[in-house]
Design a protein around this ligand. Structure first.
Ligand code: PLP
Length: 475
């Protein structure tokens, strides 16, 4: 068989190469670089640390360049001092609060700062925790609301507590669907419309009832970066409370907007200033400007988190209350979050977010001027641009082809269709992050201009093989 012949050949190669050491050559002259890398079994013998590093490092060159990744919201750059702090604390398990009490204290400080940033009233006893990201935070928040809903009904003597539901727009992140499935809650997804991609109070009204454990609203949706009608939904729930006695909480998914809006538009009411907003999640690793691995969940008042969901463990020394889906996790990103809060302060975050908005608005203006795209949002509220091909160009190519074409130059910009009932619309989404400068925006536009030529030439029925047109094909 071909595979056994190959194995034999590999074994011979291994023998022949055994004497190749690094004494008289570079690392690439050693035997490890002309042998297959172990893939299926742990190798009997290890290898020098520099070799293992170089092998993996080189293989990872095949990954996309994180700095050209305009698909992901996640931070790809931090300052040297933050990198140092992260490296120094990589060995600390966050859960070992008894062993690393100061890390726990710093965690508490971040919770304080975020509760304040989200306008938790002084008189309320807010409560919060770090998580691995917004997904864990959302699941924990919704679990808390499910428990409270049941407790409230039990207090009223209601026995039937088997059909809880959550109401949320169809443009929701997959974690909401996961929560519904994993924790057996009915998911009431409010469909989008051809020309409205957010959750409105009017739409919510039709879906809520006495079994609604929470209404989910999004500050910066994953699909379009738009913002649901949070204040109006709050008003609706206030009215329902007065009319029907139902006290339905709002959970705000502020994964991407929670670290942007407070700095660029502090007057905008979306947070604990609204009476029904009881919990908020935010991704520290998005516009909190920390590398992947940290999110935050804040409750307006500790009373919204049932004691039943808090576990106390004593096997790490001391009594440790935990509210999380996992147990062990690194401390570094929590500390890196604190670093950013100290280092940047309100002014530093504001400056960065203003720059991001300026770059995003500039890029949107330039994209609009190409004449082949429509922008979904007239005035951007977050540094997220969503565009679609103008109708008249759809017959010559698609956003999927454009996305592939951009990838050839390293740009990572995803194309996808919107959720029901706007699934006929396919878009490109560009997330502007801290290290994306005006110069980078210009370089992206340069590439887009070539793409525009392709569409314009097609529309004008011009011969694309003529030299005057860039050699480009949208497939
Ligand atoms: C609106 C929204 N909610 C939740 C999430 C999940 O966040 P995380 O990746 O931090 O778990 C995302 C991720 O993009 C998001 O955009």
């Amino acid at each position: 068989m071909l595979s056994s012949n190959l194995n034999k050949k590999e074994r011979n190669d291994e023998k022949n190469n055994e004497n190749k050491t690094s004494e008289n050559t570079t690392i690439y002259g050693t035997r490890y670089f002309c042998q297959p890398i172990p893939k299926f079994e742990i190798p009997e013998d290890g290898m020098p640390s520099k070799t293992a590093y170089r092998l993996i490092h080189d293989e990872l060159n095949l990954d996309g360049n994180p700095n050209l990744n305009l698909a992901s919201f996640v931070t790809t750059w931090m300052e040297e001092e933050a990198d140092k702090l992260i490296a120094e604390n990589n060995g600390k398990n966050f859960i070992d609060n008894d062993e690393y009490p100061q890390t726990g204290i710093i965690h508490g400080r971040v919770v304080n700062m975020l509760a304040k940033l989200f306008n938790a009233p002084e008189e309320e006893n807010y409560l919060g925790t770090s998580t691995i990201g917004s997904s864990e935070a959302i699941m924990l928040a919704l679990l808390a609301h499910k428990w409270k809903w049941r407790e409230n009904r039990e207090d009223k003597g209601i026995k039937d507590n088997n059909n809880p539901n959550i109401v949320i727009g169809a443009d929701v992140h997959v974690v909401w669907e996961k929560f519904a499935k994993y924790f057996d809650v009915e998911l009431r997804l409010v469909p989008m419309e051809e020309d409205c991609y957010i959750l409105t109070a009017e739409k919510v009204k039709k879906h809520i009832d006495e079994n609604t454990i929470a209404v989910g609203v999004v500050l910066g949706t994953t699909f379009t970066g738009q913002i649901d009608e949070i204040e109006k939904i709050n008003e609706l729930l206030e009215n329902i409370k007065i009319e029907k006695g139902l006290d339905i909480p709002i959970h705000v998914d502020a994964a991407s907007g929670g670290f942007v809006i407070p700095f660029i538009n502090p007057e905008f009411k979306w947070d604990f200033r609204l009476s029904h907003v009881r919990s908020i999640n935010v991704s520290g690793h998005k516009y909190g400007l920390v590398y992947p691995g940290v999110g935050w969940l804040i409750f307006k008042n500790e009373k919204y988190l049932s004691k039943d969901l808090i576990f106390n463990v004593n096997y790490l020394g001391g009594e440790l209350p935990t509210f999380s889906l996992n147990f062990s996790k690194g401390s570094s990103m929590v500390l890196a979050q604190y670093y950013n809060l100290l280092r940047l302060g309100m002014k530093g975050y504001k400056q960065i977010m203003e720059n991001l908005m300026e770059t995003a608005q500039y890029l949107q203006y330039r994209l609009d001027a190409l004449g082949i795209f429509d922008c979904l949002e007239g005035k951007l509220k977050l540094p997220i641009i969503t565009i679609k091909l103008k109708k008249e160009f759809e017959k010559y190519g698609s956003v999927f082809g454009i996305s592939r074409k951009l990838r050839e130059n390293g740009w990572i910009i995803p194309a996808y269709t919107l959720p029901p009932n706007a699934e006929n619309m396919a878009v490109l989404r560009i997330v502007i992050k801290e290290n994306f400068s005006r110069t980078m925006a210009d370089l992206l536009i340069k590439r887009m201009i070539e793409i525009k030529y392709y569409f314009k030439a097609k529309a004008d029925n011009k011969d694309l093989s003529k030299k005057s047109y860039p050699q480009i094909n949208i497939y």
